[in-house]
Design a protein around this ligand. Structure first.
Ligand code: SF4
Length: 78
Protein backbone atom coordinates (compact mmCIF):
# COMPACT_ATOMS: atom_id res chain seq x y z
CA UNK A 1 0.00 0.00 0.00
CA UNK A 2 1.17 3.52 -0.75
CA UNK A 3 2.56 5.63 2.05
CA UNK A 4 0.30 8.26 3.52
CA UNK A 5 1.00 11.61 1.94
CA UNK A 6 2.70 14.16 4.12
CA UNK A 7 1.27 17.65 4.09
CA UNK A 8 4.32 18.89 5.94
CA UNK A 9 6.74 18.70 3.01
CA UNK A 10 4.25 19.68 0.31
CA UNK A 11 5.17 22.74 -1.78
CA UNK A 12 4.74 24.43 -5.14
CA UNK A 13 6.94 23.66 -8.13
CA UNK A 14 7.74 27.35 -8.63
CA UNK A 15 9.57 27.33 -5.26
CA UNK A 16 11.19 23.89 -5.70
CA UNK A 17 14.81 23.11 -6.62
CA UNK A 18 13.65 20.06 -8.64
CA UNK A 19 11.78 22.19 -11.12
CA UNK A 20 13.58 22.83 -14.41
CA UNK A 21 12.40 25.53 -16.81
CA UNK A 22 13.48 27.18 -20.07
CA UNK A 23 16.61 29.37 -19.71
CA UNK A 24 14.84 32.65 -20.55
CA UNK A 25 11.68 31.99 -18.53
CA UNK A 26 10.83 33.32 -15.09
CA UNK A 27 9.12 31.06 -12.54
CA UNK A 28 5.40 31.97 -12.62
CA UNK A 29 2.18 30.02 -11.92
CA UNK A 30 1.61 29.23 -15.60
CA UNK A 31 5.27 28.57 -16.56
CA UNK A 32 5.68 24.96 -17.72
CA UNK A 33 8.71 22.89 -16.83
CA UNK A 34 10.10 19.44 -16.15
CA UNK A 35 10.27 17.87 -12.69
CA UNK A 36 13.82 16.55 -12.19
CA UNK A 37 13.33 14.96 -8.78
CA UNK A 38 15.35 11.72 -9.05
CA UNK A 39 12.39 9.43 -8.29
CA UNK A 40 10.06 11.27 -10.66
CA UNK A 41 12.52 11.60 -13.59
CA UNK A 42 11.37 8.35 -15.29
CA UNK A 43 7.87 9.83 -15.67
CA UNK A 44 8.97 12.95 -17.63
CA UNK A 45 6.56 14.88 -15.46
CA UNK A 46 5.71 18.24 -17.03
CA UNK A 47 4.39 20.61 -14.40
CA UNK A 48 3.37 24.26 -14.07
CA UNK A 49 4.68 26.63 -11.42
CA UNK A 50 1.35 26.27 -9.65
CA UNK A 51 1.63 22.45 -9.47
CA UNK A 52 3.18 20.81 -6.44
CA UNK A 53 3.88 17.61 -4.51
CA UNK A 54 5.36 16.30 -1.27
CA UNK A 55 8.81 15.69 -2.78
CA UNK A 56 9.18 19.47 -2.67
CA UNK A 57 12.60 20.88 -1.74
CA UNK A 58 12.87 24.66 -1.42
CA UNK A 59 15.23 26.30 -3.88
CA UNK A 60 15.62 28.03 -7.21
CA UNK A 61 14.57 26.20 -10.39
CA UNK A 62 17.21 24.71 -12.70
CA UNK A 63 17.27 25.92 -16.30
CA UNK A 64 17.68 23.97 -19.54
CA UNK A 65 16.42 24.37 -23.08
CA UNK A 66 13.55 22.01 -23.97
CA UNK A 67 12.24 21.71 -20.39
CA UNK A 68 8.78 23.01 -21.33
CA UNK A 69 8.26 20.88 -24.48
CA UNK A 70 5.50 18.26 -24.52
CA UNK A 71 7.05 15.82 -23.91
CA UNK A 72 10.04 17.54 -22.30
CA UNK A 73 13.28 17.24 -24.31
CA UNK A 74 15.83 18.59 -21.80
CA UNK A 75 18.02 16.30 -19.70
CA UNK A 76 17.97 16.90 -15.93
CA UNK A 77 20.76 19.31 -15.01
CA UNK A 78 20.91 18.45 -11.27
S1 SF4 B 1 6.50 17.94 -8.89
FE1 SF4 B 1 7.19 18.04 -6.75
S2 SF4 B 1 9.41 17.56 -6.80
FE2 SF4 B 1 8.76 18.05 -8.88
S3 SF4 B 1 9.21 20.24 -9.15
FE3 SF4 B 1 7.08 20.06 -8.44
S4 SF4 B 1 7.13 20.22 -6.21
FE4 SF4 B 1 9.22 19.78 -6.93
Amino acid sequence: MAKKSSKKSWGLCKDCKWWQIEPKTSPKNNTMGLCIDEKLQPFLLRVSGNSGCNRFMPGKPAKASGSSKAPPEAKPTR
